[in-house]
Design a protein around this ligand. Structure first.
Ligand code: NAI
Length: 343
């Protein structure tokens, strides 16, 4: 099997080389997969893509013309694939879970860094400035965190927060009441969660329903000084509305591992370029905003699991014609997709 691997970063290669079985060859392309680059996949059996590759109708058509039937996403989210258009044209496999701990722990790392001003203290002490002025934080103990999306990552984050002695509120379209009862988590309406939370953390997928879930109206309902964490997908938040709320001192701090317009910026060294995105530039300039560039997944354990599952997905698909981790636009993995009947 010949696999065309797009948007390769140096940290991707060792784990994929290690898990690759005999008989599989992988060509690592640095470029992202999009309409302009899709022809690089000519002659391959499958393509492997990541979060900022754009698999739209044009790419899907071209893959089909080249006889490529399978796209293996090496990530959990699939908002960058036109799933409706892919139906009947391209099998889309993904890695549903690789390390919820990696993402949830990063969310907590961002939160602690922000509220204890570690990012400021680190820079000060490197300059032998040992002043504590302006570094006053607050205890997490006893604070209320509101978690939106209590799937794999949201649940781990809730457990971590409980470990800090926090009250955990949750909102999910499909609440897991048993888990909530066992873990002293209280499901509420979105409205109540926004009103009651000192800290908001987003862990739901990006789709038509959740696009700009945190917009000006939602921010208006939040507590003054709320800390907002987003380690899910950028477009869950209306970035301009967030910026305005920070300027108005309504939002106390924001920690963003993802950004709505990240596709052409994140994962790359743009230090020699002038940043065209004024909203991102202004957000980064704020003392109470921390931005990491979609880094939450990046642990050794996660990379290993991603490689293992992606390769196993492809092997299963090519051996049996279907794969349990196949996606379908009708919402997640359906029986039809599982049985390869989508086509
Ligand atoms: P999951 O599928 O286990 O959980 C998602 C939860 O969101 C589910 O409980 C679901 O019921 C809920 N949900 C769905 N629609 C909703 C809605 N409209 N309102 C409220 N809740 C809703 O997913 P998992 O593994 O926990 O991942 C969550 C998200 O984290 C992914 O969608 C992905 O976008 C993001 N992610 C980010 C990474 C990073 O490096 N920053 C890495 C991996 C995932």
């Amino acid at each position: 099997m010949k696999l065309a691997f797009f948007d390769t970063k140096p940290y991707d290669i060792p784990s994929f080389e290690e898990h690759k079985p005999q008989g599989m060859s992988i060509k690592f392309f640095e470029t992202k997969l999009n309409e302009d680059t899709v022809d690089l996949a000519k002659g391959f059996d499958a393509v492997c893509a990541f979060v900022n590759d754009r698999i739209d109708a044009a790419v899907i058509d071209r893959l089909q013309e080249m006889g490529i039937r399978v796209l293996a996403l090496r990530c959990a989210g699939f908002n960058n694939v036109d799933m409706k258009y892919a139906h009947g044209r391209l099998h889309v496999l993904r890695v549903p879970a690789y390390s919820p701990y990696a993402v949830a722990e990063h969310a907590m790392a961002l939160l602690l860094t922000s509220i204890r001003r570690i990012h400021k203290a680190y820079i000060r002490s490197r300059d032998f400035n040992f002043s504590l002025s302006g570094l006053t934080g607050f205890d997490l103990y006893g604070k209320t965190v509101g978690i939106i999306g209590t799937g794999r990552i949201g649940q781990v984050f809730a457990h971590i927060c409980r470990g800090f002695g926090m009250q955990v509120l949750a909102y999910d379209k499909f609440p897991n009441l048993e888990w909530a009862k066992e873990n002293k988590v209280r499901y509420t309406s979105l409205e109540e969660l926004l009103k009651e939370s000192d800290i908001l953390s987003l862990h739901c997928p990006l789709n038509e329903e959740t696009h700009h879930l945190i917009n000006a109206e939602a921010l208006e309902k939040c507590k003054k000084g709320v800390v907002i964490l987003n380690t899910s997908r950028g477009a869950l938040i209306d970035a301009e509305a967030l910026l305005n709320s920070i300027k108005e001192r309504k939002v106390g701090a924001a920690c963003l591992d993802v950004y709505e317009e990240e596709a052409d910026l994140f994962f790359e060294d743009n230090s020699g370029h002038i940043l065209e995105d004024d909203i991102l530039a202004r957000l980064i300039s704020m003392p109470n905003v921390i931005v990491t560039s979609h880094q939450a997944f990046l642990t050794r354990e996660a990379l290993d699991n991603i490689a293992e599952t992606t390769i196993s997905n492809l092997l299963t698909f090519f051996e049996t014609g279907s794969c349990p981790n196949e996606l379908c636009y009708r919402g997640g993995t359906t029986e039809d997709c599982k049985n390869g009947k989508c086509f």
